[in-house]
Design a protein around this ligand. Structure first.
Ligand SMILES: [Zn+2]
Length: 319
């Protein structure tokens, strides 16, 4: 059975090499590498990565530059140059190993025009879309300034992978116990779903292809309450005529729930055609043996496993 992983990160080689020489890379501090040091896989060569993919049984990784490189707070010109180098690197790997890698770009989202130009450029290089954060310096994607971006995403047929970067909504309440990640990531994902739906973006751009990482976070578990809010509160109906639950099937969700009952509930809530394989390689919060884990789940049928492991992504990405 073929396996395609939509949630697999990479650190740009230019950054790794600059750090080894003690040089600044696109304005990033010299000690920036320190956050990668506890994870040797972030500096692995493509050959080492491929060997690990082989051991895991992963045929294709859809590469995304890891979220550390969003740099949405940085100078737009500097960050645009950085994203170009990141995206050229990913495109080169895809070109060198077309049967093993596909790729997403990273974009300077603090400058919507520059983000559009870089998305168009990277799609011409063969990338399939982009990975972006849940917010841009605190602004969610229902802000009208982002609508031109969503229109271009829709017209290009680009796939957008939504993945947190930096602080989550939990940081202001607690920085303990890894909660900004374990609770914050899924909470941020629900905010992103809700912003795009309640904000009318999904109605303005009905053909968007958006994949929410980490199973969409708390979206499914919280959808009943979002529907209730839409029923009883005028402000929740400002932009949408239908309850938010009717939009669940318009998004894609990776299977990274770390829980079989949660994955089963996700499939039953959004439909099997919307759930895709994602592992979060190479970070510690990834699934250790993702293909084995998925294949071993007793509550999923073989057809469902095939849909998640490769069929849905073959269709979505055209690979
Ligand atoms: Zn990730």
């Amino acid at each position: 059975m073929r396996t395609i992983d939509i949630h697999a990160h990479i650190t740009p080689v230019g950054f790794v090499e600059a750090n080894k020489k003690g040089e600044i890379w696109h304005g990033m501090p010299i000690d920036a590498m320190s956050i990668h040091r506890n994870n040797p896989k972030t500096t692995w060569t493509p050959e080492e990565r491929l060997a690990d993919m082989n051991s895991l049984g992963v045929d294709v990784q859809v590469l995304s530059t890891n979220a550390y490189f969003y740099n949405y707070e940085g100078d737009p010109k500097t960050v645009t140059l950085m994203t170009q180098e990141c995206n050229d690197y990913v495109a080169e790997l895809v070109k060198d190993h077309p049967d093993r890698f596909s790729g997403f770009s990273t974009l300077p989202m603090q400058d919507v025009k520059a983000a559009i130009v870089e998305l168009e450029r990277s799609m011409k290089l063969g990338l399939k879309g982009a990975m972006i954060g849940d917010n841009v310096n605190g602004e969610t994607f229902d802000e009208t300034k982002f609508l031109p971006f969503w229109k271009v995403v829709e017209s290009l047929g680009a796939v957008i992978l939504v993945h947190q970067g930096g602080d989550t909504v939990v940081n202001q309440r607690s920085n303990r116990y890894h909660l900004p990640n374990t609770i914050g990531n899924p909470a941020d994902r629900a905010v992103t779903f809700a912003s795009l739906v309640f904000g009318g973006v999904m109605d303005a751009c009905p053909d968007l292809k958006i994949c929410l990482c980490h199973g969409g976070g708390y979206t499914c578990y919280g959808i009943g309450r979002m529907d209730r809010g839409w029923e009883v509160r005028q402000e929740a109906r400002e932009h949408i005529q239908k309850p938010p639950s009717t939009y669940l099937g318009k998004f894609y969700y990776d299977c990274l729930t770390h829980s079989e009952p949660a994955l089963r509930y996700l499939i039953d809530s959004v439909g099997i055609d919307q759930v895709v394989f994602g592992t979060d390689w190479p970070f510690d919060m990834a699934i250790d043996w993702p293909v084995s884990w998925l294949l071993g789940l007793e509550s999923l049928t073989n057809d469902e496993k095939e849909a998640i492991l490769f069929k849905n992504l073959e269709k979505l990405l055209g690979i």
